[in-house]
Design a protein around this ligand. Structure first.
Ligand code: HEC
Ligand code: HEC
Length: 259
């Protein structure tokens, strides 16, 4: 409780200092949607923009190799996806037609491994899964998220929206409190962004590694002292869908660099 009131003070103080910032808004307007990139220091932005220095590109290169390679005699990803996967990542999460299940890109990659290659699913945050995910996201670099939230995806979108609005943890805060109502304010040395997923998988300096969007979500849940969901939990995939739809028009920039 002491911590919770401290946190609220943080908001209150910065609210006074930054009266020009929006606050108490229930939704982002299209005009104000901004990438997390715009909240970074010039130095971190430069690191993301530099094709030689952005550390996330090491995973992209590794992903390109894995995509071409033949493992245990199975057909390579490239042999079935000869044309590459341009624009595909921008449409994820998406409902898998055969099972009706909402898949994020990691889940789709693993489904190809198990169903089309007779290989084991890769673990979240394993080098291989991050590399393949980053490689495929990079093929949608610069494109806006283009997820379908109609028909079979509608219920998942609604669940993601509900997760975003629900207070949780000892701090009793929702995603909405920080990323819609208090973006632009300072929190523990960070400027709170609007909480878009468009940079992920992203290289976080704090992680000293690339990490998935779910790893970031787990950090945010932990940040309010809530129990994070396990990696791959369908509820986080629902949130990923909601985030993509919420970031309407914003270009994908994985691999982003973040603090
Ligand atoms: C107590 C405030 C707080 C809450 C609550 C919170 N976050 Fe965050 N979140 C942060 C901070 C601080 C960062 C790091 C700086 C930034 O990018 O906003 C961050 C980063 C993010 C990012 C990465 C943005 C980027 O461009 O790198 C995403 C996505 C995100 N949060 C989503 C969520 C979701 C979804 C929830 C609810 C499950 C949530 N956050 C809850 C404070 C919060
Ligand atoms: C034997 C052929 C085959 C192999 C090998 C294969 N895939 Fe696929 N992949 C498919 C088919 C077919 C689909 C269409 C959906 C389905 O039937 O699963 C697909 C769908 C996809 C999609 C979604 C495309 C979209 O438009 O939504 C992605 C991403 C993908 N595969 C990535 C991979 C990756 C990464 C690998 C290697 C780890 C791989 N695939 C290996 C056949 C294959």
């Amino acid at each position: 409780m002491i911590r919770a009131s401290l946190l609220l003070c943080v908001f209150a103080i910065s609210a006074c200092q930054e009266a020009a910032q929006p606050s108490q808004q229930s939704a982002l307007t299209i005009e104000e949607i901004r990438s997390g990139y715009t909240f970074l220091t010039a130095e971190t932005q430069a690191l993301q923009d530099d094709p030689f220095a952005n550390p996330g590109l090491l995973w992209v290169d590794r992903g390109a190799e894995l995509f071409q390679s033949t493992i245990a005699g199975e057909a390579s990803c490239a042999s079935c996806h000869e044309e590459g996967l341009h624009g595909v990542a921008a449409t994820y999460p998406a409902v898998d037609e055969s099972s009706g299940v909402l898949l994020n890109l990691e889940g789709r990659i693993n489904q190809c491994r198990t169903q089309h290659q007779s290989l084991d699913a890769l673990a979240y945050e394993s080098e291989e899964l991050l590399a393949l995910t980053a490689y495929i996201f990079n093929q949608s670099h610069g494109l806006p998220a283009n997820v379908d939230i109609s028909g079979p995806a509608e219920a998942a979108y609604q669940r993601g929206y509900d997760y975003f609005q629900t207070r949780r943890g000892q701090f009793n805060l929702s995603c909405q409190h920080c990323h819609t109502e208090n973006w632009g304010k300072q929190l523990r040395g960070d400027t709170i962004s609007q909480g878009h997923g468009n940079g992920f998988p992203a290289y976080r300096l704090e992680w000293q590694s690339l990490g998935s969007l779910q790893r970031r979500l787990r950090d945010c849940d932990t940040g309010v002292r809530a129990e994070p969901l396990p990696f791959g939990d369908p509820r986080y995939i629902d949130v990923e869908l909601y985030l993509a739809a919420r970031s309407q028009g914003l270009a994908l920039e994985s691999p982003a660099v973040r603090r």
